[in-house]
Write a protein that binds this ligand. Structure first.
Ligand code: HPA
Length: 284
């Protein structure tokens, strides 16, 4: 895997900076299945298709539009990714995480990332919202493999707090205030695209996972490397493989994502509104 040169990230960021005038995002919002419509609630939105941006990959997943929408949402200057890149689509981790670094170069200090995931924890029902307290990544590849770009962060970044404790606590607080039930748990990353086997889910549970999914972790690793605060929230759209008798399907996941989207978006918007400025700086 060839390291993407720093100049590419910078050229993408420079292009966006020129399109954005004085506007600079504080928060990067990566919205998973079914939540992209949040961008429709933005004030003075500016949409930029990924295809316009030098060095950008294009999104192919169904239900993913493939563009940034910049603007103000709940008083925060945000960059919303409508459409994201998944490893299972054939992108490298470098491509999957490319937008995170570009938006970091534009000045964003916080990332909120959402996803649909399977529920591994037998005490929770399908439809549970889960704040990601931590993750397990068994996939051997890493978005940070290859030459380190010190403009973003160190060679061997600490991973003991990828998901920012204050933001995890804030999400719990906002959920309690809004009467939205949430759990806190561990997300196991699987590259997909096949759903897991029942044996893999039993193994996931033994390893300490509460949820399993095919996104978010590469982006979180890269955001953490670049000193960003990260909040991850999962909607557990289905019980993971082997727990129920029914086979898993994308249809079930999308239907369940649609059913949960009101409480999911209320939680995300509430967190956005209440989060303070991160106050961190790009290292170097
Ligand atoms: N496994 C992996 N990814 C998923 C699942 C699942 O059960 N549900 C939604 N995304």
């Amino acid at each position: 895997m060839e390291t993407i040169p720093f100049a590419h990230y910078q050229e993408s960021a420079d292009y966006l900076a020129a399109r954005l005038g004085d506007f600079r995002p504080e928060v990067l919002l990566i919205l998973g299945s079914g939540l992209g419509y949040l961008a429709d609630q933005m004030e003075e939105p500016l949409a930029v298709p990924y295809g316009d941006i030098p060095h950008f990959a294009r999104s192919t997943a169904p239900g993913h539009a493939g563009r940034f929408v910049f603007g103000t949402l709940r008083g925060r200057r945000v960059a919303v990714m409508q459409g994201r890149f998944h490893y299972y689509e054939g992108y490298t981790f470098g491509q999957v995480t490319y937008p995170v670094r570009v938006v970091r170069l534009l000045g964003a200090e916080t990332m909120i990332v959402t996803n649909a995931a399977g529920c591994v924890n037998l005490d929770w029902p399908a439809g549970t919202l889960m704040v990601m307290d931590d993750h397990i990544k068994l996939a051997l590849d890493s978005p940070l493999r290859g030459e380190n770009l010190p403009q973003f962060g160190p060679r061997f970044p600490d991973s003991s707090q990828v998901y920012t404790p204050t933001l995890r606590a804030l999400a719990g607080q906002v959920a309690a205030e809004q009467g939205i039930p949430v759990e806190h748990g561990v997300y196991l990353y699987m590259p997909g695209p096949q759903y897991e086997t029942p044996a893999e889910i039993r193994a996931a549970r033994l390893l300490g996972a509460d949820a399993v999914g095919m996104s978010t972790v590469p982006e979180a690793v890269v955001a953490g490397h670049a000193g960003m605060q990260v909040l991850g929230i999962s909607l557990l759209t289905n019980m993971a493989a082997g727990i129920l008798d029914t086979p898993l399907s994308e249809e079930e996941v999308l239907q369940s994502a649609a059913a949960g989207r009101e409480k999911f978006s209320a939680l995300v918007l509430g967190c956005l509104e209440r989060m303070g400025s991160a106050g961190s700086a790009l290292p170097g």
